[in-house]
Design a protein around this ligand. Sequence first.
Ligand code: NAD
Length: 506
Amino acid sequence: MNAVTQDLMKRFSVNEHCSSFIGGESVNPSGAGEDIPVISPITEQQISLLREASIEEVDTAVRTARDAFENGPWRHMSVDARKKVMLQIQDVLLSNADELAYLESINAGLAMGYVKGFHVVRTGWNFEFFAEVASQATGEAYTQTKPYISIVTREPVGVSALIGPWNAPLALCSMKIASCIAFGNTCVLKPSEFTPLSLRRVVELIHETDIPKGVVNLVNGRGHVTGDALVSHPEVDVVSFTGGTKTGAMIAARSGEGLKPVALELGGKSANIIAASANIERALDGAILGIYSNNGQQCLAGSRILVERSIADEFIEKFVARSKNIKVGDPMDAATEIGPVCYQAHMDRVLSFVDVAKQDGGELLTGGKRDERHETGLYLEPTAVIAKSNEAQVCQEEIFGPFATFLIYDHLDEALAIANDSEFGLVGYIWSDHLPTVMKASQEMRAGTIWVNTPMTRELRAPFGGYKKSGIGRDSAKDCLQFFTEEKTTTIPTETFPMAKWGASD
Ligand code: NAD
């Protein structure tokens, strides 16, 4: 830990306990749930104590959200009045950007400058964006069947369970909250038990605005305890989940028992195709950002880098040289490019793939161990391996760390076949200045998003989500509107029409 972090730790306090927040109040836990240490990946020390919400506490949170939905003002407010509150939320979040970025950094290990400049801004923007989506939403009218007009309106769906992962808590969960409440719903959020701090503060800050109590509630705890109680609660109408594929399948099954719609944003093992026709320097920059940014912990990482044989030696050599030179260190330090991975067991899992790669005939190109230059902190050397074939485990499993896997291909068709030989289908990258190559890759890759000559860029208006085991449903203005609202058809005759008079004759 450097001096900058020490100063920041003095400036921003972290609450000793991280409990639930229900009906506008911090919950004083009953003691029914467990206490779970929240550990910083920078200091490897406990920075707070998560007070796990018991089944009873989850019940209180859901019933509070239900009461706010049924009896509170939120869903009846005009869209403009709700928009005003959403913009207040954006303001209050951005006014506390330093603190939010600090909490995300100390807890999740993400670079503080990057969190402040990108994730916190996006967190605020989510509220403005979805307020605008709600205020621009329109209905439909059908007049073809005379003498009727059928109008289609949308109404809030009710109480939503929102469950998020640890890799980008602010950016991901704020989108869930914003897209849910913009349409008049109420919610209960459950952040990851590894990274509860920033979102706990977000929910607290949300209550500094005019938001009615009970619209946004938060429960903290582990997935199999608090998360499961939330998903299976009968008063929850829909479940929006971002996390791992196995968890997603469990949640879909649980939700299915209650016939609750689910949106699942899950894992990935995305192909990043570097064609010989690419601008190689830009492709190199993009491939490095594609795998190492956000400390390598991104669903949308370009983690399988497929390089055309004629440029492979030079490209991989440059990639390895750049990897060795990346600044790994304290995420509070402005110069840091990669911070620590999120928690110890995750670090062990990421490192275990080095041996797995070798056992499958692969070769370690660089990294593959803990960064010894730091006395404390879960720092990994940026790691790259070359695999023997796409069947290798490192090509099939999501590793979710600063761990790149290379494969070499001869023809575009071969690269596309490799790209699609995966149980995932979240995103695909293609680097090429040859239009037919780009178009073919865009058409043939079975993934929800294709990035051409660019590292990850989210366009909130456009759908984002996965094919295959990368998810069900999409995030976007239109998709969130559909997910968080119910459609209603009202049919009205436009004139008095003759009606059969059953039972009227003798
Ligand atoms: P995870 O699946 O372990 O946990 C995600 C959340 O689910 C946590 O809050 C956890 O407590 C909760 N949970 C776990 N078991 C549960 C259960 N039985 N019932 C209810 N809730 C439960 O995932 P993670 O390790 O936190 O996050 C990493 C994963 O998230 C990666 O696979 C990554 O690809 C994925 N992810 C996907 C996207 C996307 O947009 N597709 C974005 C970010 C992360």
